[in-house]
Write a protein that binds this ligand. Structure first.
Ligand SMILES: NC(=O)c1ccc[n+]([C@@H]2O[C@H](COP(=O)([O-])OP(=O)(O)OC[C@H]3O[C@@H](n4cnc5c(N)ncnc54)[C@H](O)[C@@H]3O)[C@@H](O)[C@H]2O)c1
Length: 410
């Protein structure tokens, strides 16, 4: 069993539950056996042989466990204990992280009354699965990770997902900001809705560690939003190579690191679940669809990322992983544009970039007039696109514009 690391193991156990239940499950892990309770599934996995053999052994173990209990469909173990070379790990399922942690804390290995996290209407049981009605329910109970989630579009996405019932890891260079946001959401929503993680997406070790932390805490992932990004505008004739490299490393290489390490977890999860779809979504930009004057480093990193999205989508479809990009227009009300000290509106006013503009309001009006729908992109516009991509089971490798008509695909 030494060839499968803890993250892959946790994701596979979660995959086992996902495959049985077809709704999201959270896992809390503890060291040591669970006391041999009859409602636990104990697994010893084959040494060597990789994910496929281990997943097959897990499924066989579950089938045997169930047949010993009369084969009742839908019956799932109260916990799963996996023997590894270095001891046993017990995984405790819950419909929320709070429930999983409570059961782990009590070592409660009695039969788990698994329930879907959303309210299923008994008269219309198909509704929550097949309709766009109440679209936010598509993320309820799911485990999400949002990079750059402490402010801007990332913060909007974190708030939207948490309000819709997901558990969200807020992974950001600005750990203090991520912690503040997590504390606020947990207090307001009265549950563990968000957990902060330190992350530098341009550092592969940091990405690997953050993904591992999220899986250690909750057992797996359903939706990874690669949102962290930086913008350094400048003429191709003058731009310093260091600025160009920074933009490329965060926006382009950082997305590769996220897709690589999250993708490994999602693959392991899928090896045991069979049919559970997961999502990697990159927050791209309208500048990934058309060039941006004196902003080549940024536009290049975004265009390039669409190449990664398409290529990763082709490869990862085998594991039920959809990979798509959302290309928002300008978020005028976010800090990048509206920060009163260093926001782009103030900068453009001071540099005289907008002829005749006498105030920040004039500069804003100038940019709003470029949008056919007359306003900037907002968090809720991006959330609708995200819900669509998660709900849509028959699309991958797309770059979805959310620009108020400013960019139209040919
Ligand atoms: N603001 C816009 O108008 C706009 C428009 C289209 C697309 N986008 C895209 O949306 C995404 C978010 O942009 P925003 O304007 O909201 O950004 P922002 O500058 O307001 O926030 C970015 C967040 O990412 C974090 N971050 C920066 N570098 C990081 C790194 N190396 N590792 C981890 N976290 C890091 C920051 O700490 C911050 O919390 C970016 O990918 C951006 O390209 C923004």
């Amino acid at each position: 069993m030494s060839d499968i690391d803890h993250s892959a193991l946790a994701a596979m156990v979660r995959g086992l539950y996902l495959g049985e239940l077809s709704w999201p499950v959270t896992l809390a892990a503890t060291n040591g056996a669970a006391g041999g309770d009859a409602e636990c599934l104990s697994l010893g996995l084959p040494k060597g042989g990789g994910l496929e053999l281990a997943a097959a052994a897990m499924k066989t173990g579950l089938a045997q466990w169930r047949s010993q209990r009369g084969g009742a469909p839908g019956l799932v173990p109260g916990c799963v204990v996996v023997e590894t070379g270095s001891g046993a790990t017990a995984f405790w399922p819950g419909s929320s992280l709070d429930e999983a942690r409570l059961r782990a804390g009590r070592a409660d290995s009695s039969a788990w009354a698994a329930r879907a996290p959303w309210a299923v209407d008994p008269k219309r049981p198909w509704l929550s699965r097949t309709s766009a009605e109440g679209r936010s329910s598509v993320v309820e109970g799911r485990i999400a990770l949002v990079t750059g989630g402490a402010q801007g579009f990332g913060e909007e996405i974190v708030r939207g997902l948490a309000a819709s019932g997901a558990l969200v890891f807020i992974a950001d260079l600005n750990l203090a900001g991520a912690e503040r946001l997590a504390a606020e959401l947990n207090a307001v929503l009265e549950r563990t809705a968000a957990i902060a993680l330190a992350l530098d997406v341009s550092d592969e070790k940091s990405v690997s560690a953050a993904i591992d932390s999220s899986v250690s805490a909750a057992g797996g992932l359903d939706l990874v939003v690669s949102n962290a990004g930086v913008l350094k505008a400048g003429s191709v004739l003058d731009m310093e190579a260091s600025a160009f490299r920074l933009v490329t490393e965060v926006n382009y290489t950082g997305f590769f690191y996220i897709a690589k390490h999250a993708g490994r977890v999602l693959r392991a999860q899928a090896s045991a679940s069979g049919n559970w779809a997961s999502d990697i979504v990159q927050i791209n930009s309208k500048s990934g669809l058309e060039g941006s004057n004196r902003n080549g480093a940024y536009a290049g990193s975004k265009f390039g990322s669409i190449g990664l999205v398409q290529s990763f989508a082709l490869e990862l479809v085998e594991y039920g992983i959809k990979v798509n990009a959302i290309c928002p227009g300008n978020f005028f009300d976010g800090p990048l544009w509206s920060d009163p000290v260093k926001g782009l509106f103030v900068q453009y006013l001071q540099s005289g970039k907008v002829p005749g503009a006498k105030s920040v309001a004039d500069v804003k009006a100038f940019y709003e007039a470029k949008v056919p729908m007359g306003r900037g992109c907002e968090g809720s516009d991006v959330m609708r696109a995200l819900y669509y991509l998660v709900e849509q089971a028959y699309e991958t490798g797309q770059a979805l514009p959310v620009t108020g008509g400013q960019v139209m695909l040919g």
